[in-house]
Design a protein around this ligand. Structure first.
Ligand code: NAD
Ligand code: DAU
Length: 350
């Protein structure tokens, strides 16, 4: 069936993989990528599909309610997959307001736009809100985040995402808006902006720069290959039950230091360096304020109800990711020029 979908944040890391999957898999859909092209948005990520007949890019800022309403009236989407966000925890500690504006107000603007457009006629309509496991807060040594785990966000980023999740559910409850919501663990893979742990460290290893490990490095994250997240979004968008939440995770927990050591070993192999060369770049730096100790997702609901499971092992995913960065030096050079250098200085200079 023909449908028009607006995907917000489609020029970013995860969004670009979602846009590509939908454009290629559903030629009968019209896919509109709505993105403000902030520092994290990059149309280079979508070069391979930019001329596809079912793909359109619209540059717009979700904090601009008028622009959003106009675009929604023009394209009349049947569905929205909302990924646009400020996404980096460290930046949220430097400037929380940008996160409150985009993640909270921007989400509210999208909800208001679909509410006005769909006007109570919800047949065949769906608002998909992409969220994070960080809304649940931090775990101790044991246990997992379930869909029923109470929200306890700890950073300005996770608090802004939690607020946006609450708004989506409130619009479902109050106005009957048909939504689905997913909370996913840490993604990694191609096109990941090199401010986040894995791509930052790949870039620094290539350039023989220090690898800044926060605190004692004993923080734990659950890593998922980005294409498996995009596959999960496709399944939940089409088959997820209305107004349900699904957790998505990699069943793949790593302490930061162990992950960094594995990355160093793999990079030494791929760069033809002596074993141990990259590990010598590890430098312990001051900790992230309010650093969440451990995240771990229980993804059994999406697995049992919708049959989704990760398709790529961590070894394979990490290897593909490193290969992608090594063969896309120009992409890396382009995104690390200009403002990136200023951010890097401010974040890592003391
Ligand atoms: P990203 O920072 O790589 O990309 C965000 C995209 O949103 C960029 O293209 C940017 O230009 C766009 N954007 C930002 N502000 C905007 C605005 N005001 N108006 C329009 N567009 C705007 O982020 P990501 O890592 O791809 O994350 C995408 C979504 O997935 C986010 O909602 C994030 O909270 C969520 N998420 C991310 C992860 C992860 O590990 N990266 C895990 C779980 C959930
Ligand atoms: O869990 C999902 C979340 O994962 C997403 O919602 C966020 O958008 C995404 O950025 C990510 O958040 P994290 O804060 O977990 O990811 P990040 O890559 O910034 O950090 C991963 C871990 O590595 C964390 O414990 C902090 C640590 N770290 C990070 C950086 C950038 C370092 O030790 N040094 C660093 O330089």
């Amino acid at each position: 069936m023909s449908k028009t979908l607006i995907i917000t944040g489609g020029a970013g890391f995860i969004g670009s993989h979602v846009v590509r999957l939908f454009v290629n898999k559903y030629p009968e859909y019209k896919i509109v990528n709505l993105d403000a092209l902030t520092y994290a948005g990059n149309l280079e990520n979508l070069k391979d599909i930019e001329h596809a007949p079912n793909y359109t890019f619209v540059k717009a800022d979700i904090t601009d309610a008028n622009a959003i309403n106009t675009i929604f009236k023009e394209y009349k989407p049947d569905g929205v997959i909302h990924l646009a966000a400020e996404s980096h925890v460290d930046r949220s500690i430097i400037d929380p307001n940008a996160f409150i504006q985009t993640n909270v107000m921007g989400t509210a603007n999208l909800l208001n736009a679909v509410r006005a457009l769909w006007n109570g006629h919800f047949e065949g309509k769906r608002f998909y809100h992409v969220s994070t496991d960080e809304v649940y807060g931090s775990l101790g040594e044991t246990g997992f985040f379930l869909e029923t785990t109470p929200y306890e966000p700890q950073s300005p980023y996770s608090a802004s995402k939690a607020a946006s999740d609450h708004l989506v559910r409130a619009y479902g409850n109050t106005y009957g808006l048909p939504f689905v919501l997913t909370n996913c663990s840490n993604n990694y893979g191609p096109n990941h902006f090199p401010e986040k742990l894995i791509p930052l460290f790949i870039n620094n290893i290539c350039n023989n720069k220090p690898l800044p490990v926060y605190g004692d490095g004993k923080y734990t994250r659950d890593w998922l290959y980005v294409i498996d997240h995009a596959r999960a979004i496709d399944i939940v968008f089409h088959e997820g039950k209305c107004c349900e939440t699904y957790n998505i995770g990699g069943f793949n927990e790593w302490q930061n230091l162990e992950l960094v050591k594995l990355l160093c070993t793999k990079m030494d192999e791929k760069l033809g360096r002596q074993p141990g060369t990259s590990e010598r770049l590890i430098t312990y730096v001051k900790d992230r304020p309010g650093h969440d100790k451990r995240y771990a997702i229980d993804a059994s609901k999406i697995n049992k109800e919708l049959g989704w499971a990760p398709s790529v092992t961590f070894e394979e995913g990490l290897s593909k990711t490193i290969d992608w960065y090594l063969s896309n030096e120009e992409w890396l050079r382009n995104v690390t020029s200009g403002d990136y250098q200023k951010y890097y200085q401010a974040q890592y200079s003391n």
